[in-house]
Design a protein around this ligand. Sequence first.
Ligand SMILES: *Cc1c(COP(=O)(O)O)cnc(C)c1O
Length: 502
Amino acid sequence: MPHNQRSWAEPYKIKMVEPLVTMSRSERHAALQRAGYNTFLLTSSEVYIDLLTDSGTSAMSDRQWAALMLGDESYAGSRNFYHLEEAVRDIYGYEHVIPTHQGRAAEHLISTLMISRGDIVPGNMYFTTTRLHQELAGASFVDVIIDEAHDPTSEHPFKGNIDLAKLQAVIDEHGADRIPYLSLATTVNMCGGQPISMANVHAVSELVRQHGIPIVHDATRCVENAFMIRQHESGCQGRSIAEIVHEICSLTDVCTMSAKKDSLVNIGGFLAMRDDALAERARNLVVVYEGLHTYGGLAGRDMEAMAVGIRESVDLNHVAARVGQVHYLGGRLIEAGIPIVKPIGTHGVFLDARRFLPHLSTELFPAQALTAEIYLDSGVRAMERGIVSAGRDPLSGCHRRPELELVRLTIPRRVYTQAHMDVVAESIREVHQQRDSIAGLEMTFEPKFLRFFQARFRPLPETAMPAGESGRTVPEPPGRSAGSNGESMPAEPRYQPEGRST
Ligand SMILES: *Cc1c(COP(=O)(O)O)cnc(C)c1O
């Protein structure tokens, strides 16, 4: 930090506290074994500092808690819905708002409404649930993000940008008729919470418009993206976060939102759009899966808290402190020589497991193994974002092999202090010092959908690696022949989007 600048501090004070639990290393070891070396299968009471996700884990403000008391639990036309609608129109600028219980429900609805079998959906890197819903609706996803996004060492300030040449090539190859929409995410979660520039959104929107292709905007972290634009893009420095968010949204047609992130609530989301006819169809479909179009699977009180959270989220002091805390942790790790994804993103710090554990090949799930080791060391819970999260290709059934093999330390909003960040940094430094002794894992159970949530693993004996790795035999699940797809991992029958299976 330049010495003429004062320290920042959290722009709130603490009104209520929740005690943290601590366990011994041997207790954590037992917990990890029970959880199959998957931090998603730990109970929260086994965790000290929980950096699994920033989804639904924010601390609500006193105003949001007060808003819960204003819940109007009428089945139809609750006044809380109208407050939510007004907040979305004001901040995001979309005319039609359909509440959903969380983000993936909005993704489900829009994928069902807009995709036909055999369609192609280009996007700036995939997100797990977003791509799955596109595939379940019959589309294939094509990544058109810039190459720098796949390189954890590239310091490009806008690694979320779309490569216009890649996008044009997809349009040329498949034809605009087979592209129901472009899937555009503001901050790209999977490459480290990296923003897209305003200039790129403008250029992309111009290109797709020429071909009559609409944009579906995943606005889950648009506020944080807007902050990065304000920090780093020329001409945007003096602008308000709300203005920047509004401008991004104005270049897109439809929006899916997980309000569990930027919007500071523990549950909630929405689907929003400009087109009247599409909105009518969406309002009809939401009653099938979520509930009436004025509550979409949410209690009235939750919509009220969301309306307040949406407005709080664009406060510059709030978002500066939120991203500032992430950058504080990232800075401490860089100081300690830990390989992390650069530039530091907005919602978490991503450890580069390939450089952290160069002795482990991808088949040994280095990011999953590192996540387990960090938990064992300190009770800090992180999550894998690598080969396990990427899942299998629906056509070939083989593992998708993303270039990025990451461990995500995700920071919940307004929950932990700078001292907690120090403890996290100390633990990771210690694990880094002992990195040579970290062994790989083997997957013992693989669920069909979004396998990272429920997969189970066991540690390989240290002596078996890395030399013994190739000769290793893998136990087979009952009734399956190993290696049918050239892979040595036991799996459930491979996932096939409906209509694709023979
Ligand atoms: C969390 C998230 C989603 C899915 O939202 P849920 O509320 O978890 O269903 C979609 N896109 C992005 C970028 C996300 O981070």
